[in-house]
Design a protein around this ligand. Structure first.
Ligand SMILES: [Zn+2]
Length: 596
């Protein structure tokens, strides 16, 4: 809803007008309403389709058909201020009117499900037709987005699959689409969940960072190291096999040409060839034999490579099995433990025991806020390990810690932009956002081999930020809050077995929250809020500092180091060892010779 004066100042120019020329609207009124809490082990397309999906969609269609939302003074009800979808009666005074638009916020898995692409979130973007393979191949492919899916586009694609016009057996043609969409919310209005990124921003890189530590710094169980070494030796074999295959392919073209040039004349309409003379016949036979021999040699190289590839596959599997064994888990990793301990001591950052030992929301945020100090601490901790007890040298440790630190700093800056209120990011801010996402994307691709869907979602995030200029009011935080309320009420009446009674109790409980006692409680909360508002003012000053910090970050030289995969690092080490052993061997021989 628009109103000439907004309720709160811009985060940089406190008190100044916040009319954003790019959007032309200002948030004047924000109302949250809760319409349901579903208790369900796991939501599936089928469960939603059979229960609440259709009633919700009917209501959404109804709202959409009203086209506008109106705030008015009800002349027949003591001039009370009310809100309705559609126009109000002409006797009432309209205060404001705005076009209706329906948005959705949730996590990517839910988006996929809602759009009829259940369980496809890891492979297909919810919003555009791209696949993971497509956005992973090159940085450009990730940056240049195809047009978003539209509701009509999804529907007609589904129909073409149903009619057989598109092949259901080909993933390329299915593009993840398995069912019709559940709700009439356009994919472009299904916003990038800026908060769920928190965990992507921390846990995934940190898992990869820990893998690097496990592999390059930490002493792991011998069994695992052996299995890994076997795998690495296979990689070296694979490299050699690929070289041999290329060598074997090299003469093929020339040999084929030779056969072609010596080919005898074919007798018309007969399966018979005529040679010029005996010499020609012998030369031809010789060329054919050499060509066949070369082809056989190539096939042999090919078979060899295929066999090595199969062995690599099972070796990888074996490493995975050993790695998953309980005694090799997080608890037996002293370095990881000391890092966790340090994070908890110094920054009160806790790795949650459940959730597979990941960092959860608040702790993620804390970690990236302190990225600079945290990563420097970890670097020092690793460098303090005696060099003899680790594979990575000091330079490698510095290089990796620096890169991860930068990655976390980029995330921190991006979250900072996401958390700004609706309509507050200026054009200059948007230039920074674009630059930031570019830098982030490039560093991610430098560090990691794969680009997960959430990382592709940054490109859509730029679009959403461009459009809404701040996602604070369009983030998932409200869902989390509603979820907490739902859970609380659910817990309150957990002993009521009769489902009808349970619903009645829950509704009554929520209704009585309006009584005087409740109102008093709410007043206390209100006071607390106003204290928070003072904190907001403070935050503005902090934001000023943060803005210059972000500018500094955007202008610091990009990280240009190479980050080979862990296997490549180990292969290089192993080759170095082998070369060294070879030299020693020669030295021994020389010594023996001189002893004679
Ligand atoms: Zn996409």
């Amino acid at each position: 809803m628009t109103k000439p004066v907004r309720r709160r100042g811009n985060w940089r120019q406190r008190g100044a007008s916040t009319v954003n020329p790019c959007i032309g609207t200002k948030l004047a009124l924000e109302i949250d309403g809760q319409c349901g809490y579903a208790q369900c082990q796991k939501d599936t397309y089928q469960v939603l389709k059979d229960t609440i999906a259709k009633p919700i969609n009917d209501s959404l269609l109804d709202i959409r058909s009203k086209k506008v939302v109106t705030i008015y003074i009800d002349r027949l009800d003591n001039d009370a201020v009310k809100l309705c979808f559609g126009k109000t009666h002409t006797q009432n005074t309209v205060l404001a009117e705005a076009a209706v638009e329906i948005f959705m916020v949730g996590d990517l898995a839910f988006y996929s499900l809602a759009l009829g692409k259940e369980a496809m979130a890891p492979h297909w973007c919810w919003r555009c037709p791209m696949s993971k393979a497509e956005w992973s191949t090159s940085a450009d492919a990730g940056r240049i987005l195809p047009p978003d899916w539209t509701l009509d586009g999804l529907e007609s694609h589904y129909q073409r699959l149903q009619s057989g016009e598109l092949d259901k057996g080909k993933a390329e043609q299915v593009r993840g689409i398995k069912e019709p969409v559940l709700w009439c919310i356009a994919p472009k209005n299904i916003l990038v969940p800026s908060l769920h990124n928190n965990e992507l921003f921390v846990n995934e890189p940190l898992t990869k960072f820990m893998r690097w530590i496990n592999h390059r710094v930490e002493e792991l169980p011998l069994e695992l190291i052996d299995a890994r070494l076997a795998k690495i030796d296979l990689f070296i074999e694979q490299e050699a096999a690929i070289d041999r295959l290329a060598e074997s392919e090299e003469p093929l073209a020339a040999l084929k040409d030779e056969v072609g040039s010596l080919r005898p004349t074919k007798v018309r309409n007969e399966d018979r060839y005529i040679c010029r003379d005996a010499q020609h016949e012998a030369d031809y036979a010789d060329a054919v034999a050499r060509y066949d021999e070369a082809k056989a040699a190539k096939a042999e190289c090919q078979r060899n490579l295929t066999a090595i590839n199969a062995r690599i596959k099972s070796a990888k599997q074996e490493v995975k099995i050993i790695f998953r064994k309980k005694e090799n888990g997080a608890l037996s990793q002293p370095i990881r433990q000391s890092i966790d301990h340090h994070l908890q001591q110094a920054y009160n950052i806790l790795r949650s025991a459940y959730h597979g030992g990941d960092f959860k929301g608040n702790h993620c945020r804390k970690l990236i806020r302190h990225a600079s100090e945290v990563m420097d601490d970890i670097r020092d901790l690793l460098i303090n390990i005696p060099p003899a007890e680790r594979a990575a040298d000091d330079d490698e440790i510095r290089k990796y810690c620096r890169a991860y630190k930068r990655l976390f700093q980029y995330f921190d800056a991006l979250i900072h932009y996401c958390h700004q209120p609706f309509g507050t990011l200026s054009d200059a801010d948007m230039l920074n956002v674009r630059k930031l996402v570019d830098l982030l994307d490039r560093l991610w691709r430098r560090l990691f081999e794969t680009v997960p869907p959430k990382a592709h979602a940054w490109q859509h995030l730029v679009v959403d930020l461009e459009r809404l200029r701040g996602l604070k009011h369009h983030s998932e935080s409200k869902i989390e809050v509603s979820h907490q309320i739902g859970r609380k009420i659910d817990l309150l009446f957990r002993s009521v077995n009769d489902i009808e009674k349970k619903i009645e109790c829950s509704l009554r409980h929520q209704h009585t929250q309006d009584n005087p006692v409740m109102t008093r409680t709410q007043q206390i909360v209100q006071d607390d809020r106003s204290r928070k508002r003072r904190a907001d003012v403070l935050e503005n000053d902090v934001n000023n500092d943060r803005n210059s910090y972000v500018l500094l970050l955007l202008n610091s030289a990009e990280i240009a180091d190479e980050f080979p995969s862990l296997d490549a690092l180990a292969v290089a080490d192993r080759k170095r060892e082998a070369a060294l052993a070879n030299v020693n061997h020669h030295v021994d021989n020389d010594n023996n010779n001189s002893a004679e």
